[in-house]
Ligand binder design. Structure first.
Ligand code: URA
Length: 265
């Protein structure tokens, strides 16, 4: 069927509304043209009725992905080496679906290191954390207290995520993915050696502190990875709940006060 421009545009808008945010092939597949190769329902029923002989399970070598991550992360002596180790880590399936590894942005020598959740679509395309709408809000928030990823010295920020690869459809990372990538985040913090960690949202708190409940935790200073930690609402949450920006403003002010209290915390 030939589609005119307006019909094609309306169909595309409809798909975007349903949540499709990227094309996975260069050429579209007309699934109505595929019945020849599709299995016949009757044949499938017959196969189901006669159980196939049970094959012996394949011998699979157990891989301790977390131990391997710990080993690879621990062997990295600088941030470039850590990024290389992450790129070479073979056990996280998210890597297969992602365009790029998103490592970090900003100044690694910054006193404040922000840890978010995982790259979204824009971050996956650009290879940098927090560059989409949530990232733009994050930049505006920190700009309001005179800090930013492009600033220098005491005003600088360093930004990374719990996961370096985009989860499909931006779903939450699962516990297995988080556990195997955590040694890399831990090493990232050790190598960057910031004075303060700011954790954006529940996933980040779960990864670094082992607990969730951002509504209760936000604004409450705590400790994680031997650093003072400030949990805050994730900027994506603030985009959906703008009235909560007031709380985040209060949190930014406590951060500013804490940074001013001591040159080195
Ligand atoms: N949300 C995150 O937590 N991290 C990003 O990099 C982008 C969006």
């Amino acid at each position: 069927m030939e589609l005119d421009f307006h019909t094609a545009r309306a169909l595309l808008d409809w798909q975007i509304e349903l949540g499709a945010d990227e094309a996975i092939g260069d050429v579209s597949v007309n699934r109505y043209d595929l019945p020849e190769s599709a299995p016949k329902p009757v044949a499938r029923r017959a196969a189901a009725a006669a159980p196939a002989p049970v094959a012996a399970p394949p011998v699979v070598e157990a891989v301790d992905a977390v131990a391997e991550a710990r080993h690879m992360a621990g062997a990295a002596t600088d941030l470039a080496g850590l990024q290389e180790a992450m790129a070479a880590f073979p056990h996280c399936d998210l890597k297969r679906g992602a365009r790029r590894l998103v490592f970090s942005d900003g100044d690694p020598a910054a006193r404040v290191m922000i840890i978010g959740e995982a790259p979204g679509r824009d971050e996956d395309i650009q290879g940098k954390p927090f560059v989409g709408r949530a990232g733009q809000l994050l930049d505006r928030m920190f700009d309001a207290i005179g800090m930013g990823r492009d600033r220098e010295g005491g005003a600088a920020l360093y930004i990374t995520n719990i996961l370096p690869w985009r989860p499909p459809q931006n779903r939450d990372p699962n516990p297995k993915e988080m556990a195997m990538m955590l040694p890399f985040v831990t090493r990232h913090v050790a190598l960057a050696a910031p004075d303060i960690l700011v954790l954006m949202g529940n996933i980040s708190c779960q990864g670094i502190l082992g607990r969730k409940g951002i509504t209760r935790m936000r604004g409450q200073w705590t400790e994680g990875l031997d650093k003072p930690v400030l949990p805050m609402f994730h900027p994506a949450y603030l985009l959906r709940n703008p009235v909560m920006k007031r709380e985040s403003w209060a949190d930014l002010l406590t951060l500013k006060v804490r940074l001013g209290e001591r040159e080195h915390i």
